[in-house]
Ligand binder design. Structure first.
Ligand code: ASP
Ligand code: MG
Length: 406
């Protein structure tokens, strides 16, 4: 018997009609003889509505209470979907995270899964029932409700698939797969039939919002094949695989991503001595702020400039944290810039092709786009440009790497 875990996000369960449509999709999987566990998000944008209400009542409300509140959205969906299945003659049972149980650490709002006991789910599947699980939530060892971070239902789905040793994890969403670029920006972007987990990790962390990064890490670690599919129209979607496809020649670049959630911090004229990077980035990391690209230059007179990117939402806090440290180090100034975009070209084919960076820089220069920062890894090249050029840059690179030609 094939076991599949299917996940439906907020838009896919936005109202009663959509929930009925999900039930119909699951009935087809049952008719195909599959054992089905389904993970659902809260309906539509209801989690946002809960966040807003909480902020109105108490902007400094505790993370514990926030999790008690936010986890309620998914509880509504699991009950309604189970009812929709039973209405169709399909026995089903809904479970909150705590009921499964999905045991996490106690970091409210960004909890990590420690353990999942699959026994109850397996018993339901063996009895012919569909298991309907609430995404995004768990329970810590003291019995407190926790949540995994916004978008966390993807991670729940992959984690349940790993615990059940499922054959496939299907992520149903509002797009029909992973594209060579955001189709809202590049009209001739193509759906990829397959993408490697390594590439998907880069896509997810570089701004393609199809899957939560942590869910892709999980899939890689436990070798769970994920398929991204549309919940609105039939189609094969995109399969995230573990092997590079060597039956066809790898293109050098598989896709272009853009990320508008970063900001840039520049520290000018820091005395270039041992320990400055540690003093600065140690403090940033102790405060749990995320640093991405870092550029340090050799300057004149024993002084150096340092530029790095942080999440845009954390820029002000990072500046405030660093100001006293910077003056103690004797640096000239520190400043922030929110108007940046990070554009990346990603592809496992970069390992076997040369000249990718040159093609990228040429395409950007032909559009008169100034590059502010560059960083590379084995399978990606990222540049930072002024944010108003983000769409132009994505389109130029999509064309330069011939991603519109299948
Ligand atoms: N409902 C949660 C959110 O909006 C979890 C999810 O949708 O994955 O972030
Ligand atoms: Mg989502």
């Amino acid at each position: 018997m094939t076991t599949v875990v299917c996940k439906f996000g907020g838009t896919s369960v936005a109202d009663v009609e959509r929930i009925n449509a999900v039930a119909e999709t699951l009935m087809k999987h049952r008719a195909d003889g599959e054992d089905v566990v389904v993970v659902v998000s809260a309906m539509g944008k209801s989690t946002d509505a809960l966040v807003e209400m909480a902020a109105e009542i108490n902007p400094k409300g505790s993370a514990r209470e926030s999790d008690v509140l936010l986890s309620t959205g998914e509880q509504i969906t699991i009950a309604l979907l189970s009812m929709a299945l039973e209405q169709r003659g399909q026995p089903a049972r809904s479970y909150t995270g705590a009921q499964i149980p999905i045991v996490t650490d106690s970091r409210h709002g960004s909890a990590r899964i420690k353990d999942i006991n699959p026994d109850k789910m397996r018993a339901d599947l063996d009895a012919g029932r569909v298991v309907v699980a609430a995404g995004f939530q768990g329970v810590d060892e003291q019995g407190n409700i926790t949540t995994l971070g916004r978008g966390g239902s993807d991670t729940t789905a992959v984690a349940l698939a790993a615990a059940l040793k499922a054959d496939e994890c299907r992520i149903y969403t509002d797009v029909d797969g992973v594209y060579t670029a955001d189709p809202r920006i590049v009209p001739d972007a193509r759906r990829l039939d397959r993408i490697t987990v390594e590439e998907m990790l880069e896509f997810a962390s570089l701004g393609a919002k199809v899957l939560m990064t942590r869910s892709v890490e999980f899939a890689g670690r436990y070798q769970i094949p994920i398929r991204v599919l549309s919940s609105f129209e039939p189609g094969p979607g995109t399969l995230i695989t573990f092997e590079e496809d060597d039956t066809v020649e790898q293109p050098s670049v598989s896709g272009i991503t853009h990320d508008l959630d970063d900001a840039k911090i520049t520290i000018r004229a820091v005395p270039d001595k041992t320990g400055i990077a540690h003093a600065i980035f140690g403090a940033v990391s102790d405060a749990d702020f995320n640093v991405d690209m870092i550029v340090q230059n050799i300057g004149d007179d024993g002084m150096t400039d340092l530029t790095f990117t942080v999440r845009r939402a954390e820029m002000e806090a990072t500046l405030a944290l660093l100001e006293p440290i910077i003056s103690e180090l004797g640096a000239a100034s520190i400043s922030g810039d929110e108007h940046i975009a990070k554009i990346s070209a990603v592809g496992v084919g970069m390992r076997s092709h040369t000249g990718i960076a040159a093609t990228m820089f040429e395409a950007l220069s032909a559009e008169n786009i100034n590059i502010q920062m560059i960083s590379t890894s084995e399978i990606k090249i990222s540049v930072v440009v002024e944010d108003k050029y983000a769409e132009l840059a994505v389109r130029a690179l999509h064309r330069a790497f011939r991603l519109d030609e299948a």
